[in-house]
Unconditional design. Structure first.
Length: 385
């Protein structure tokens, strides 16, 4: 009875997530929101647009589902007790969302084997990656003609097929969102897409297959960050073992957080004769250091002073890099994920009783997965103009 109730909940969550991702997909495709009570929206989306949102939700949830079932079947192969996926719907009705916070399976027993952690961790991102590549390839190889943009922006039609030269040179594009390149996405744009049909970067998020594929690459790269209990953490733990991982993972986390905060504060901002401005900046910097200390606090819980030293060192490195390379800047959006990773998920990996090294085949596949991380990772995944 309990099992049936759980399956019903999982099914309802999936249906709700299909609906919310369809709503979000339609909003991305048409560039405007749905009509809601208490909101006065000009030219809102309606039911006919909702159904078109399935062009985004089906491929996106398809990739997500393949990812989760990769974990599921790997766990079943190792006879590890595991649940079917739980999907998390999220649609706010205002602002741009993707309609979900993802999905997860729950492992119901302690995993005692380094090999099992590796196999279960790597199966999801590899399976999802294969499907994402296929969807991106199809999406870029079958781009519609550029007049597709006129369905979203009919006001551009008067400029003809050369609208981009007029619109983006004269129009204030502040607030527009661009998808940042990664190596794989750049390959598709340069070598798969028909250049006469490739949309301007300001419009590419209106293409549902490409948006679904790009988001899949983005979440694959996050999952494959080789830290803690992320899929990439399981992979790296399997490859290098507990002793080495305990050293390498904190170093990688320090680099990640330092990159994320790079440029948030710049040394020249403090070179001011205005005392009020100076102390406001100092107060803000102090809060930033406190934030970093919280992110680092679980690395060495037995010595709280270490987290403060790491926070101060991170800021010092950021200032040093800015002095040497003034144009460099990180991606502050990663700070939220860094907090989640450092404070909640943890940087270290659970120990295993079985510490036998992986065989040669698993080692090759493991390093391949980390190469996929490099191909999918965008230093600035979402750029707001």
């Amino acid at each position: 009875m309990k099992s049936t109730r759980t399956h019903i909940i999982q099914l309802l969550l999936f249906i709700a997530t299909l609906a919310t991702t369809s709503l979000s997909g339609a909003e991305w495709m048409f560039g405007r929101p749905f009509d809601l009570p208490f909101f006065k929206i000009e030219n809102p989306l309606g039911w006919e647009h909702f159904w078109q949102g399935f062009q985004f939700s089906i491929p996106f949830l398809g990739i997500l589902t393949v990812h989760e079932f990769g974990h599921y079947f790997a766990a079943k192969r190792h006879k590890v007790s595991v649940t079917l996926p739980y999907y998390i719907p999220l649609w706010l009705g205002f602002g741009q969302t993707i309609g979900t916070l993802g999905a997860f399976i729950r492992i119901k027993e302690f995993i005692r084997s380094r090999e099992k952690y590796f196999d279960i961790g790597i199966a999801g991102p590899l399976a999802g990656f294969v499907v994402a590549v296929g969807i991106l390839w199809y999406g870029f190889a079958n781009l519609p003609t550029l007049d597709y943009i006129f369905k979203i922006h009919p006001e551009y039609q008067k400029f003809g097929m050369g609208f981009a030269h007029v619109v983006y040179s004269n129009k204030d594009m502040s607030g527009n969102l661009l998808l940042g390149d990664n190596l794989l996405f750049s390959f598709f744009k340069n070598y798969v897409a028909d250049p006469t049909r490739l949309p301007p970067p300001q419009e590419i998020m209106h293409y549902p297959l490409i948006l679904a594929g790009y988001l899949a690459l983005f979440f694959t790269s996050l999952n494959l960050i080789p830290i803690g209990q992320l899929d990439g953490g399981h992979v790296l733990y399997g490859l290098i073992g507990a002793k080495n991982f305990r050293v390498v993972a904190p170093v990688l986390f320090f680099i990640f957080i330092t990159y994320a905060g790079l440029g948030t504060y710049r040394p020249e901002e403090f070179a001011t004769s205005d005392n009020e401005v100076f102390w406001n900046k100092m107060g803000s910097l102090a809060l930033f250091i406190l934030f970093l200390q919280i992110c680092f606090s679980r690395i060495t819980e037995d010595n709280p002073l270490t987290s403060w030293m790491l926070a101060l060192l991170s800021v010092a490195v950021q200032f040093g890099l800015i002095l040497l390379f003034p144009t460099w800047e990180g991606y502050s959006g990663f700070l939220v994920f860094g907090f989640l990773l450092g404070r909640i998920l943890g940087v270290h990996h659970p120990p295993t009783e079985d510490t036998q090294p992986l065989n040669r085949t698993r080692q090759i596949v493991g390093w391949l997965a980390l190469l996929i991380f490099v191909l999918c990772f965008s230093p600035k995944p979402f750029i707001v103009l």
